[in-house]
Design a binder for this molecule. Structure first.
Ligand code: 5GP
Ligand code: ZN
Length: 120
């Protein structure tokens, strides 16, 4: 964990968030500034700043995040129509929180671009 990290604070319940899923490896909560009707952040409990910082041992964890995203998509009933998963790595991608996370986006047709954030 990182003392300054906003997502670590949410994971440790030091900061409020609308948590929709929780297991021993993962916490998922609604994005504070949603870009789509469903916009959920799927976050590993382990503080990994960016995808580039993942280690070989984290491969299973990254797979698990995707399984969790699938389950949340079903729970929020966006599985049939489709959804997008976005992972921003570094400044040019627009990453602003340096604790690895997946964006799960859906609930409306998303632009057919490889984009993130407001442009999705
Ligand atoms: P990034 O650009 O790093 O991939 O995305 C970070 C996301 O975290 C943004 O969509 C932003 O709205 C969201 N976010 C930042 N701070 C908070 C917070 O304190 N609570 C919640 N729920 N979401 C946050
Ligand atoms: Zn963190």
């Amino acid at each position: 964990m990182s003392a300054e990290c906003v997502f670590c604070k949410i994971i440790n319940r030091e900061l409020d968030a609308d948590i929709v899923y929780d297991d021993e490896k993962t916490v998922a909560f609604k994005d504070i500034n949603p870009a789509a009707p469903v916009h959920i952040l799927v976050v590993p409990r382990k503080h990994i700043p960016t995808l580039l910082d993942m280690e070989k041992d984290d491969e299973g964890l990254i797979g698990h995040l995707h399984s969790v995203a699938n389950e949340i998509a079903k729970a929020f009933k966006i599985d049939k129509k489709g959804y997008r998963i976005v992972l921003n790595c570094g400044a040019d991608a627009g990453q602003i929180v340096f604790h690895l996370h997946l964006h799960l986006l859906g609930g409306r047709p998303l632009l057919q671009t490889i984009a993130k954030g407001r442009g999705v």
